[in-house]
Design a binder for this molecule. Structure first.
Ligand SMILES: *Cc1c(COP(=O)(O)O)cnc(C)c1O
Length: 396
């Protein structure tokens, strides 16, 4: 996989271990954004909606994401943000399960999943209710009133991988549908929505898919649900005939109805080109490398940083782990600031979690070894105690 690294623009002097939060810049995406802005927009103007295929981007990009998540090309669309897609998916799923009234999320999950499930319930004015289950208990809360359960495939903090097929089967046995959040999974570990008989899924375009800051997200609807699944956000571009400008809404066939409004073409084009980096890559090799990097990191941290206040907060078993590793430290925030100052870029999550992402496409084993020496230096030398590392930034 070493040659794949050449496909990225990576600044020198930096060990980038935050590809799980914002993927690095693929050269293909940089070239495409230049071409789309300069040629397609600058010269082609409005003709580029058809001439450059802008109008098809949501479905074309969705089809490119599909093989990375075990979906068919016509089951995925790129649109909106993950948060907005959660709202659409939860309400569409709840609507398919109309006799039931509860949507479940779990404490400690990425907050937007809970916020949007609660928002989806709120707009129904009581028809749908939201319950926030304690950590690790969401599947246990499934009962005869559960309409929808929302779960992440890879937990954003711990990196723990959930058993997608097992949890989906458990939900189905209870008569519930599942919305999977793939944000920390797609592009890192293998995802098999089809094999798991999944219902709905959403995910993020700017993490391991490298689509760029604020890249469009995506939405998956299993083919068997598509005839009846309705988007609650019935924007004109999800209409069967948008350019008929009809007064009444009629959903487009299939996944296309989950497009709401006009796609952000610059961002969508960057994601489209970024996905080309995955063409021809073996998902097994990608996952294996990401996990091997994480295992090397854990081994070296335990050997080189023993007694320096770090504790593993991710599963040790690589098979149960995504491609990032979380460590606890009582002074996690200033420690991460000090690491970033030394060129080792990870991130911090409250209250005490240092996250290190090992994006398989551009992270090298030697980056891991070097990063651990910097961690050791910062902790042993206590450079993190410098007061300038204490002030919280807006983005952590
Ligand atoms: C990053 C992430 C999101 C991001 O949501 P946006 O609305 O695209 O900002 C959502 N869910 C999970 C689990 C994430 O990790």
């Amino acid at each position: 996989m070493a040659s794949v690294r050449e496909a990225f623009v990576l600044p020198s002097g930096v060990i980038y271990l935050d590809g799980n939060s914002l993927g690095a810049l693929p050269r293909s995406a940089l070239d495409r954004v230049r071409a789309v802005a300069g040629e397609e927009w600058g010269r082609g103007l409005i003709g580029s909606w058809v001439g450059a295929g802008w109008i098809d981007l949501p479905r074309r990009v969705g089809a490119k994401i599909a093989p990375l998540i075990g979906a068919a090309a016509d089951e995925v669309v790129a649109a909106d943000s993950t948060s907005v897609n959660l709202f659409k998916a939860v309400l569409a799923a709840a609507d398919l399960n109309g006799g039931r009234s509860m949507v479940l999320t779990e404490r400690g999950e990425f907050p937007t999943d809970t916020y949007m499930a609660a928002a989806a319930a709120a707009v129904t004015r009581g028809a749908l209710r939201h319950r926030l289950c304690d950590e690790g208990t969401v599947a246990g809360a499934l009962d005869a009133d559960t309409a929808v359960m929302v779960v992440s495939h890879v937990h954003y903090r711990s990196g723990e991988v959930r058993d997608m097929a097992g949890l989906t089967a458990q939900a189905h046995a209870a008569g519930a549908l599942v919305v999977w959040d793939l944000s920390h999974a797609a592009g890192a570990v293998r995802v098999d929505l089809g094999g798991a008989n999944a219902d709905f899924a959403v995910g993020c375009g700017y993490k391991y898919l490298n689509g760029g800051p604020g890249a469009p997200a995506y939405l998956y609807v299993a083919r068997r649900h598509q005839a009846l699944a309705r988007s609650p956000l019935t924007g004109w571009l999800g209409h069967a005939a948008p350019f008929a400008f009809a007064d009444s809404y009629e959903p487009a066939g299939g996944i296309a109805r989950f497009v709401c409004g006009t796609p952000g073409v610059l961002g969508m084009s960057a994601l489209d080109a970024a996905l080309d980096v995955f063409a021809g890559l073996d998902g097994v090799a990608v996952e294996r490398k990401g996990r091997a990097l994480g295992t090397l990191f854990i081994d070296l941290v335990e050997r080189r940083c023993a007694g320096l206040g770090l504790a593993l907060a991710s599963p040790r078993d690589p098979a149960r782990r995504g491609c990032h590793v979380a460590l606890r430290h009582a002074h996690g925030y200033p420690v991460m600031r000090a690491l970033i100052e030394r060129g080792v870029i990870g991130d911090f999550r409250d209250p005490d979690i240092l996250r290190f992402g090992f994006a398989p496409l551009y992270t090298r084993y030697r980056d891991v070894a070097r990063a651990v020496e910097v961690v050791r230096d910062v902790l042993a030398g206590e450079s993190w105690r410098d007061p300038r590392h204490a002030a919280r930034a807006v983005v952590t």
